[in-house]
Structure formats: C-alpha cells, structure tokens
Write a new protein. Sequence first.
Length: 530
Amino acid sequence: MTSTFNHADLFEIAVDVAPERIALIAGDTRLTYRELEERANRVAHHLALAGIVAGDRVSILAHNRAEWLEAQIAVYKLRAVPVNVSYRYTANELAHVLGDSESAALIGERELIARLGRAREGLEWLHHVVAIEDGTDADMGAATSYEEALAAASADRDFGPRSGDDLYLLYTGGTTGKPKGVMWRQEDIFFTAMGGDPMAGEPLRTPEDVRARAAGGAPTSMVNPPLMHGAGMWGAWGALIAASTLVLWSQRRFDPDGVLRLAAAERVAFMLLAGDAMARPLADRLDRADYDLSALTFLAAGGSATSPDVKRRLHQKIPSLVAILDGMGGSETGACAAGVDPSPEGLPRFRPRPEVAVLDEKLLPIEPGSDRIGVLAKTGRLPSGYWNDREKTAATFVPGPDGRRWALQGDMARLDDDGCVVLLGRGSLVINTGGEKVFVEEVEAALKSHPAVYDAVVVGLPDERLGSRVAAVVSAVEGVEVPPDELIAHCRKALAGYKVPRDLRMVTEVIRTPTGKADYAWARKAAAAR
C-alpha cells in the first residue's frame, strides 16, 4: 500500500520500522509498536462490525491512558474521524459535542459516560457505545466492554487505502462560547503541528522522509498535558510518528513528584508541559528533592508561556537542559512561533514562522518596529473552517486584499524591530476602562514580576463610572504573605495608572485549565466575590 501523509499511514510507518520498540508507557501499561497497533487494529475491526464507516465521527471521552490513543489510531485506520471530548464537561456540554459532531459512536470511561445521564437520550446519531473500565461501578446504561470487544476482534492490518485529505477534527472550547470543531486535512495538521515542518530544520517532503527519520530512532518523550486538547495530542503524535517511546502522564491530577520520578525512571529526554501551570510546580519540587534527570535535554511548553524566573530555576536544577521551548499557536493555526526572551515589560515574545503576520484593520501586514498593534494572523496551510458553523468560519478565516486566506484567532500583537511578535493578549479580553484599553497579559506580567507572587489572572469587572475596572486574582508563594497594597504599589512602578488593578483579591490557588490557560470565568467570579 502506498503511504500518504495520513495519520494512520504515518503511524504504520513507525510500526514497520520499529515493531519491537516500546511505543507507549501509560501507568502500568507498556506497549511495543507492534502491540499498540494490534490493539488499535482490534478496536478498528470492532467499530467496523458495529457499522462505523469512513467519514463517521467517533467521540473519545477519557483521561490520559493507553486506550485513548488506541481508539484514536483505530478510528484513523477506518478513515473515520476521532472527536476529542473534554473529561471536564458537564452532561449538557458533553451532549453538545456529541450532538454537534453527529458522533455515531462513543468510546469512553465508564464514569464519564455515566455523566451524560438522560442527555444521552437526545443523541439521535449515537448508536454504539464502548466502555473502558475505570474502577468505578457508575451506571452508564447500555455499552460494550472495551476489552471484550478487543478480544473478539481481529488484530490484522487489512484496511483499505487512505488519503492525506482525510478529516482531522479538533474540538476547542476557546475562551468564550460553546465548543466548536476545527476541520483540518490530516496532511496539513501533520505539517503545522505534528513535526512535519519543524521550527528548526527542513520539512519532511515525502512519507519516505518520515520513514528515514523513524528508522534513525528518537529520544524518549513525555507528554503531561491532556490528550483531549491540541497541545497534548500533537505532542503525542509527534512522538509516535517519529517512532519515539512516548511516556504519558496518566494520573488524574498533575503530581510534580510523580512526574519527576517517572521522567527519571524512564530516562525521558523531551518533556511537554502546559506552561507555568506545570513548570512552576516542577521547579518548586526540585528545590526540595533531587532526581536523576541527566537524560532530560528539552522542555517544551504548549498552551501558555513559561515565566523567565521559572525557566531560570529549572536550568539551575537540571544541568542537562539544553533549552526550554515555548510554542505559540492554536487550534485554528497549528504551531505559529517559538519563544524568545520576553519584552522589556515582561510580555511573551516569539519568533514567528514566515507565514505568520500581524495585520492591521485592513488586513494588511504591519511592518516590524512600527509599534502599531494589530491582530496576529497565519496563512498557508489552514483549516477548511469550523464544523457546522459557516458564520464563525467566515469570521475567523478571511481573505486579505491580495487574496491570501488568513486565520485570525483574536490575539492582539505588535512586531519588534527584529521581527519578533510581542503577544499582547486576546482581543476579547481587553478591558476598556474609562476609554483606555488594557491588555490583561501586561498587567499579569507586572504582578508576576513581584517575587512574592506565585500566579495571577487579571479580568475586567463592571464599573458604573469607568464602564469596566481592572481587577486581579493573585496567589502568593507558599509560606509568604504579601499585602494587596504592596502589589498595587509594585504595579504602579511598571504600568500607567489606568492599568493598575483597582481590585486585588488574594486566593490560595489560581485556577487554570488542564492546558495551563487562565480560567477567566472562574477569575471573574473570584474577583467579584466579597
């Protein structure tokens, strides 16, 4: 069979190159590439017998575990479409994703399937449910046992030809609104987010290039963010396509001691984190205990940038580290840029790919060094749009004056003299206070520069006089007390007066999403609490 830049084809290249290499370590599960494929083949044959055909959507609802990837690989093998579903969703949110995607099948953990409850009755497209046992006895209704389904199915690789045009569908919640599915060609997402066109080095031009890279071997990689989100999924597939050994953090909660012990035991060389939400607890743990991390050479952060002080501490504690890499991108763009030193005011700064630009209100590129603020945009390989949503597709994927098609995620930015992007923040989160615009990331950076601040999120609250006022929710370094007035005075040294928080609420912990992004809905409630 001729290989293409289809995900199943690329995975099978890795299997053929290194069948006895350990492919996946997840909890107590250790699978070689041959074993992982055999289990995926069994899932695929079971789904085919249940009536799943090319183009059908199959939702996956689980925490990080081997079965998540087995199911996703299986669905790709059938030319069907995996749908990532957040395990944090409520019954109504779960039903929305399953219904919006018109999923014909659901593979999920028993307890998470049970969460659907009566909402499952309204899913007219859903006709087959496969349950992964999770140690609970939750009442989930009719479902087929995952392991029983595998035991009764064939392990043979006997599927038809596939195409790089096959659909990759990524559901994203974003910062506002209901989850929406982003539609990519599988070939395009491979080149933009899964290692097909790396930030450093030449792109892989043919499937044979993928085979040659896989044959050369790859260092052991560890993915900590959830597979249900793009960053974790892309990191995992980048490792599998390269025939690396993938170590998956599969506990329900991020445990810095557990992560470091696992990384040491498996001699992890590359580790993917979710920004400060994971990097800072690791640095804190390394201050208190020693681990043999001599194999660890690269840390990468997806979802949000890593603070300079956290990077410094990690470099001090892990001498083998060559670099800590911050990536910038999104569900609608793939990888856009690589992190460099922050701006003088502490804002994240990135070196963009050639197809990335900052556009003005006429969708024309802004020249470097102009100090003008515009919207961050990417052209080139892009999604075809949002699943079942023409209106949002038209608003996000727009043609410029020269006919080029751009993806706009709403991030506001400027370009420094050297062409690097200074990320100011999501336009929808800008606070308009008394006619002045405040980017929340700039205020957050000022707060985090105080040595007693562990984390901070800034939001706008309604204000009768100003329209909105700047408010902050802040957590302090463990064992340290810092008066809010001191933090406000600290901000006045770095920010114009209208940017300084008028309300500042100290909390034990700043809540973030599993990918390290700020939970602004929670922050608004916390900031407004009295």
